[in-house]
Design a protein around this ligand. Sequence first.
Ligand code: ATP
Length: 319
Amino acid sequence: ISKIGVLTSGGDAPGMNAAIRGVTRYAIEKGLAVEGIIRGYEGLLRHETITLDRRTVGGIIHRGGTILRTARCLEFMEKDVQKEAADYLRSLEIDALVVIGGDGSMRGAQALSHCGIPTMVIPGTIDNDMMGTQYTIGFDTTVNTVLESINKIRDTASSHERVAVIEVMGRNAGFIALYAGMASGAEAVLVPEHEVNLPRLCEHLAESHRIGKLSSIVVVAEGAAKGTDVVDYIKEHTYLEPNLTVLGYVQRGGAPSALDATMAGLYAQKAIDSLLAGTYNCVIGLIGRRIAATPYSEAPHFHFPISDNMYQLVHMLGR
Ligand code: ATP
């Protein structure tokens, strides 16, 4: 191969820029030309590209968001649109496409590979919920952002003897809620993977209050329950005073943590090395202590859900 394309797709995640930089500079180091596609799959339909060199990706390793911008492109679900995109990539003489994004972006990459374009996915999503990897770029930064917010909210919660309910991102997976809950010493976490039992939550909170706890933290993943419903339930069924913080987009932004910027570079290297070795249509990921390239078809065998043990432990330690 002599030329690759790179795009970012789906929700932005801290460390995407570090991945773009890593892909570009490592590819150039190996003698490849690099074309950046603007706005994810949408850019393939609108024909928006930019040639990347060492300098265009300078000064971005520490920046949140993505310089290539990103989009959710619903049209791309259609077969003829995918074919059109593949033809466009061929017209640019792009031999392989590196996609930085989440689960949905991986399905898009898979669709392009069915149209004859070799693709490679670098996991970039704050949710940490992708098959084929135990770690997605952006997750660590987000957990740290949430942790910082919880620590601030806790100050107020304990001064006013309140229950702080904090809603975080995670529609299908509870990684952010679980890790932020664990690290902040939350009393409870609600995640989509476990049944939400509000009566038991209330008992737990009332008991904590009775034994002298000044405040309680409950971290709710958006996919488990609505923060407002949790607050209303607590208000109705206990004498406690709950308040709600929905963290929203602060969770997506900011400079990547050391871990995210580092993983971005390592994943980028693996992606390019694999392509150069003739391996493609894979998702790059951390499996155990190894960075692997797993074919899309085998990725479902490498599914790493949240740990049951950790879920139990948060509640045990939060009493
Ligand atoms: P995040 O985890 O941050 O939400 P994501 O990559 O999962 O990221 P999605 O919005 O699910 O985000 O997907 C990004 C884009 O990938 C979609 O807008 C669409 O263009 C493409 N895509 C998703 N699913 C498919 C599919 N089944 N076939 C083709 N393309 C898809």
